[in-house]
Design a protein around this ligand. Structure first.
Ligand code: HEC
Length: 467
């Protein structure tokens, strides 16, 4: 008995020894930069960490990355890099750059084992970036008509610049990117379309001046052009904040820029201690020959139906503008704003992008279908003002008329919020970052508003008529 038990023990330990033998004789090779790490950095990091990118250092070559190995391990381990805020339990996103647990383990093992280079032959091709643009060279680049001198210090009012778009026919855009000239000094920027210059106004050095010679804002112009809400039906092309500034649209979605319109650069500068010149540009990727843009992208859910608000538990009904929300009291944490967006006609959802300021804490978009089923479209549990992300759905999602989207947003005006500049203040609503902003943005198309139905052109470079 004893003997056979001994045999059994012996044979199983021999078995274990045999299985482990190769590892003992030849320890598992550590991950290398060329084979294991570079593919991850290429996918998730180098769009920002490259020469001319927005990050402070490049992570393209081994020489670039080697000195940063420990910092990289620390940043990816804490999930601070790459910037990405979506809770992975909800929604799938085409531009998801977050790392899997396995990728984080791999980078950690590489850094812990001396961050070796590996074989040159294993190195994948470096993604090609057109100079400054994160994707290929755009088909059309439109820039601010003048340089703006950002002073070294002080506060610069939000400034509007205008330039006539170079189009004599309507054009259809499938993707676009904003590139700031002086990236460090551009706090944020928006690019809008303005149909026409109001009567009596004139375009001088990139400013639209009213009859008295005073510069006009986009809202002044819209009002002077007779638009009640101070906003055109589709006036926004795109906005830029660090980490966001490129978008592309799937299916027949895109943006139309009408012939003869003007492009408005809405610029918010932030002095950085050094005087610099900025000339921000927008790059357009046009629909290819024969490709139709059948549906216009809208940035707000209110294009599909009315919105009502519930703030700190009180129903407010409909507001003309977000800046009519009641202010956030001093030291309030978990101050809750809920917006209920009725979807009165069928829409297709392409993406979501929460925009709040420094008190923003979290944002959740919940879809309620007409039959009552609920689904969380996006949950950003720790909103970060420094990293505003556009979450592009993996594939566009149809939402039937009669649905609702409920957006639940928490604000933290307490001392617990380390970004809070002044918890003792009552916080009002405006574009300035010391005020708060509530913008549960989306990218939607309205299914029934097919551009082809009006007999409008829907492709670039050729007029198309339908019955
Ligand atoms: C959207 C742009 C962007 C992406 C993508 C990105 N980073 Fe960064 N990264 C930045 C910027 C900007 C900074 C500097 C400001 C900051 O720390 O927030 C930074 C800072 C860092 C730092 C800290 C540098 C220091 O001074 O300590 C490390 C390390 C880092 N990134 C690694 C990575 C890695 C690794 C990835 C990919 C897995 C990545 N980053 C993806 C923009 C980006």
């Amino acid at each position: 008995m004893k003997r056979s038990a001994f045999t059994l023990v012996l044979s199983s330990s021999v078995l274990v020894a045999l299985m482990a033998a190769p590892a003992v004789a030849q320890p598992a090779a550590p991950p290398t930069f060329t084979k294991d790490v570079a593919p991850i950095l290429n996918r998730a990091c180098v769009s920002c960490h490259r020469p001319g990118g927005i990050a402070p250092m490049a992570l393209v070559s081994f020489q670039d990355a080697r000195p940063w190995a420990r910092a990289i391990k620390q940043q990816v381990g804490a999930r601070s890099m790459p910037p990405w805020g979506a809770d992975p339990q909800h929604g799938r996103f085409k531009n998801d750059r977050s790392l899997s647990d396995a990728e984080i383990r791999l980078i950690t093992a590489w850094a812990d084992q001396g961050a070796p280079k590996g074989n040159d032959a294993d190195l994948p091709a470096t993604p090609l970036f057109a100079e400054n643009w994160t994707h290929r060279e755009p088909d059309v680049v439109i820039e601010m008509p003048v340089d703006f001198e950002v002073p070294a210090e002080g506060q610069v009012d939000v400034t509007d610049f205008y330039v006539k778009a170079p189009f004599t026919e309507d054009v259809f855009v499938k993707a676009l990117e904003i590139r700031p000239g002086a990236a460090q000094s551009v706090h944020h920027a928006g690019v809008y379309i303005v149909d026409k210059i109001p009567e009596g106004a004139s375009l001088v050095n990139g400013r639209i001046l009213n009859a008295e010679g005073k510069p006009m804002s986009r809202r002044d112009i819209a009002r002077a052009n007779g638009l009640q809400s101070g906003r055109g039906e589709n006036d926004k092309l795109l906005s830029f904040v660090p980490g966001r500034g490129y978008e592309e649209y799937q299916l027949g979605a895109g943006q139309r820029i009408k012939a003869g319109s003007y492009i408005n650069f809405y610029m918010h500068y932030q002095p950085t201690g050094v005087a610099v010149k900025d000339r921000t540009r927008v790059g357009l990727y046009l629909a290819k020959r024969g490709e139709q843009v059948t549906h216009q992208i809208y940035h707000d859910l209110d294009a599909a139906g009315p919105t009502t608000y519930i703030v700190d538990g009180k129903e407010l009904g409909k507001l003309d503008n977000d800046d009519q929300l009641p202010p956030i009291p001093p030291f309030a944490d978990d101050w809750t704003v809920v917006s209920v967006h009725a979807i009165t006609e069928p829409v297709t959802l392409h993406g979501l992008t929460p925009h709040l300021h420094l008190r923003g804490k979290s944002m959740k978009y919940t879809l309620i279908l007409p039959d009552g089923r609920e689904e969380i479209l996006l949950y950003v549990p720790k909103y970060d003002f420094n990293w505003q992300v556009y979450y592009e759905l993996e594939s566009p999602r149809r939402i039937p008329g009669g649905s609702k989207v409920i957006v639940t947003t928490l604000f933290d005006n307490s001392l617990k919020n380390r970004y809070n500049p002044a918890p003792q203040n009552t916080v009002y609503w405006s574009d300035q970052s010391w005020d708060e902003m509530y913008a549960p943005q989306v990218r939607i198309t309205l299914d029934q508003r097919d551009l082809r139905r009006n007999g409008d052109a829907t492709t670039n470079g050729q007029r198309q008529r339908q019955q």
